[in-house]
Design a protein around this ligand. Structure first.
Ligand SMILES: [Zn+2]
Length: 225
């Protein structure tokens, strides 16, 4: 590849995906009033872990927001119905968890419209979108805008998807990184070495401590963007 081609490709990547990704990351960090936390879960629904998580949230009467992978949602409509019944918000996390940073425009376009159609068939007109890894591109940004679907990234991560972490480490990160109004991103699907089992174990420790500290929990439709 000669220098001119490399510069052109770099400029195209910058315009196509790096600029929209950076824009939405900056936009996320707005101060939210009050002592609320916004628990969000990506990459599900998972037939093994999502029911355990729903049980735990139900035990504490905590509403959350699930950013589901549309193909998994299509395979597990019972879990989507249960989320709806329990008052959780369901947002979109792509069709099959492809990385938007390197997704060609036509594929990105199909991905977005097919995933919206799947959620609509399940009785959920999606109102929020979180792309995998937070990686936007011009197509997903334009599609979301056209459909009136709002972007929702996160403020706090606990690296709970990693295969080499422990529930205690996740719990420690959650307790030390959280602040008033934080959107917390965790995972109830995918991840390495049964990662969601450690996420759920960490939440068993942390949820009572957050409640004890006076936090309340809101779904992302209460988040002021
Ligand atoms: Zn994801």
């Amino acid at each position: 590849m000669n220098r001119k081609t490399a510069v052109l490709l770099g400029a195209a990547a910058l315009g196509y995906s790096i600029v929209p990704t950076g824009y939405y990351k900056c936009k996320q960090h707005l101060h939210q009033p009050g002592k609320a936390l916004y628990l969000t879960f990506d990459d599900g629904p998972d037939p093994q872990y999502t029911p355990q998580l729903l049980d735990l949230l139900e035990q504490y009467h905590i509403p959350a927001s699930f950013f589901v992978v549309a193909q998994s949602a299509q395979s597990h409509p019972d879990l989507i119905a249960r989320m709806k019944r329990n008052g959780h918000v369901i947002g979109l996390h792509s069709l099959s968890h492809k990385n938007g940073l390197i997704q060609p425009p036509l594929s990105a376009c199909r991905d977005f419209s097919q995933s919206v159609a799947i959620l609509q068939q399940l009785g959920i007109p999606p109102r929020y979108f979180r792309p995998p890894w937070g990686h936007w591109n011009m197509v997903s940004a334009a599609q979301a805008y056209r459909c009136g679907i709002r972007p929702m990234l996160w403020d706090v991560m606990a690296e709970d998807w990693r295969g080499d972490t422990t529930a205690a480490e996740i719990a420690y990160k959650l307790l030390t990184r959280t602040f008033d109004g934080a959107v917390i991103c965790l995972h109830d699907g995918r991840g390495k070495n049964n990662a969601p089992s450690r996420t759920i174990a960490a939440l068993r420790q942390v949820l009572p401590q957050w409640l004890e500290a006076g936090y309340c929990f809101q779904t992302v439709d209460h988040y002021d963007t």
